[in-house]
Design a protein around this ligand. Sequence first.
Ligand code: FRU
Length: 477
Amino acid sequence: MTLPAPYRPSIHFTPETSWINDPNGCIYHQGLYHLFFQYYPDDIKWGPMHWGHATSPDLIKWSQHDIALYPDSSLGAIFSGSAVNDKHNVSGLFNDDKGLIAFYTSHLERKAPLGPLQQQCIAFSKDNGFTWEKYEKNPVITNPGIPDFRDPKVIYHEESGHWILIAVAGQQVNFYKSLDLLTWEDAGVFGKDQHNDSLVWECPDLMQLQDQYGTSYWVLFISCVSSQEKPFPPMQYFIGEFDGHTFKETHQDDRVNVVDDGYDFYAAQSFFEAKSESDKPIWLAWANHWPYANLIPNDGWRGTMSLPRELSLLKKANEIALAQQPISAVSDHFTHTSTASENTLILPTAAGTVHKLSVRLPNANQSSANFEVKAGASQSAIFNWDSSSKTFSLDRSALKPEHFHDLYDQLVVADLSKEMAETDILSADIYIDQSIIEVFFFDGERVMTSLVFPNTTFSSFVSHTEQLNTTYSMVTI
Ligand code: FRU
C-alpha cells in the first residue's frame, strides 16, 4: 500500500527513501545535531544494516547526508550504537585534539548451528562526523558466548574519570569501563532479577536526571522485545545509583516504569552531552513497533523518529517518575492560538501543517470525556477519558491500513490513576504531525506516542464533552 506524500511528517525526521529503525550515534557537535540511524538503503524493509546520517541545527529541520557506515564482509552488518567526542584524544586516533568516535555492534550472520555473532566495534571521524573509518583492531569487545550482545551506549563518568560503555546481553545490561575508549574492562552487570518478562533487552541508555528540587539520580533505560503471549511495554526505566561500575536500582515501584504508553516509541537515545535550553538531556526514539514496523504504509520511505524531548524527573511524595516534554525549540514554534468554540475546530490542511491541541478537563475524577480528530468524513482518531478507570485511550482502529496487523485494533491506553490522585484537572497536549500523534499528559509525566494512517489529512476536531476546554495552535514548515 502506498502512503500519499502529504503523510510525511514535517517536524519529525524521516529518511528521503528506504527503511530506517533506531536512532544511533546521537551527538551535538559544532552547532549541529548529528543523528545516525539504522538504515537499509536498498529496500523499505529491514535488511543488512548501515548507519544513515542526518544533521540539524535545531532538531526540527533535517538534512540527510551520505551513508556513514556500511556493512563489512568480515564482521558483518552495522547494528545500533552511540557516539562520543574524544575531546582530549585519549584514544590517540586523532592527530590534533578533535575527533568523534562511534560505537556500534557488528552483526555477522553465520550458518546453523553457530547463529549470528554480535560484537562491539568502533569507527572514528576526523571531519566532524561526516565520514568514518572503521578501527583496524575491531572488535573492541568480543562476544562472551551469547546470541544477543549489542547496542553499546558510551558516556563519560566524571566521578570515576572513566568512559563507561553499556551494552545489552540477553536480559541484562553489561557495564565496561575504559580510559582510552579503545580497551574495555568488565565493570558490572545489572538486570538478572529485574522485571524480566521481556524476551530480550535492547538499546540501553544511562544518564543523570534531576528532579524539580535539583537532586540528581541515575536513570537506566532499556527497550524490550516481548512475546505476543506476554506483551510488555516497549521501553522501561530504572531509577538508582551508578558508581562507575554498575547500576543499583534504589526506587522500586510496584509497577513497571513505563517510558511511553504508546506502542510506537522504541530504542530512544540521548544526545551525547547535549542539553536543552532548560539544561536537560535530550533524546528521541524510533516511532514504530517491531511487530508491525515492516508493514506500515510507505511511499518509498519507511520510518519516523519521535519529537526530540527533554528529560527530567518529577518527585512527588515518595515517588519519582520520568517526565518528558518536547524541547522548547519545538513547542515555542506553535502559534495562531485559537479556542474551540462549541467544541469544534476546523483544522488547517495546508501541506506541512502540524497541529497542537491542548485539552483541559476540570473535575476529571468525576467526569469522563470523549473527543475526536477527524480526517474526512469517516475516519478519526478517537480519544476517550474514563473517569472511573482513570484511563485515557486512543482508538485508532478507523485509521488502520488495509491488511494490517491486528494489534492496531487494540486501544492505546494510558493509566493515569497515580497522576489523577493529585489533581482534579486532566491536561493533555496533543501534537499531530500527519501520521504521528504524541500526547503529553500533565507536565510530561506520561506520554503516549502513536502512528496513525488516515487516507486524507486531519481536518477537524470535535469534542463530545461540553466541559472540555481546548486550545489550538499550529506550525507550518
Ligand atoms: C532495536 C534493534 C537493536 C539492533 C537493531 C538492528 O530495534 O533490534 O537491538 O541493534 O535494532 O537493526
